[in-house]
Write a protein that binds this ligand. Sequence first.
Ligand code: HEC
Length: 181
Amino acid sequence: MLNRLHKEFRDMRGGRMLTVMGRDIVTVALILLLGTGLAHGWPWSSDMVKQPSVKPQTAPRVSPPESVPIQGKEPSIDRIEAGKKLHNPVTSTAVSIENGKRLFNTYCTPCHGPEAKGDGPVARKFVPPPDLTLEVFRKRPDGFIYETIKDGGPLMPSQGEALLPRERWEIVNYLRSLQQK
Ligand code: HEC
């Protein structure tokens, strides 16, 4: 009787020892698996990252040495001066007015409204712009309006970054057609 109990106890202990060993093996395997996944330190885990490409959100590619700009930069001039000096190189054709309309509706309508009356949806939350069809704005030279689009006004933010010079003149042409209505 005592012998049998003793033997059962030994079996139980043996069994428990086995489960303990089993658990240890699983833990070690988990550490190894997760550890390898999380470790970026392995020499091969960054192979594809180290390459001579432009990464997202980094400065644009530097021009090759000794390269020369072919278009130059548009200088910022005073709006009154621009009104005297700059002449609209884009003839006011149906096509240029149509392009100007598309651009005006994208960049100007939010504040100025579709008819340039100053009733765009942003105007209610920002400073309401004036009605651009009034005589005072009809008399502004094309160059003045061009420079206003490029550099902004005392309150109007500059729209220069988004638009090419040709596109700004097309907007001027469209605004003129709105003013003639
Ligand atoms: C964020 C709102 C906003 C946007 C976008 C905006 N404007 Fe204006 N604009 C104004 C406000 C406000 C004024 C009046 C105050 C000022 O001149 O800064 C104004 C004034 C003007 C004037 C009168 C300038 C003068 O004194 O004769 C012109 C012309 C004009 N905007 C054209 C445009 C055109 C064209 C676009 C699109 C390319 C545009 N604006 C986009 C807010 C805006």
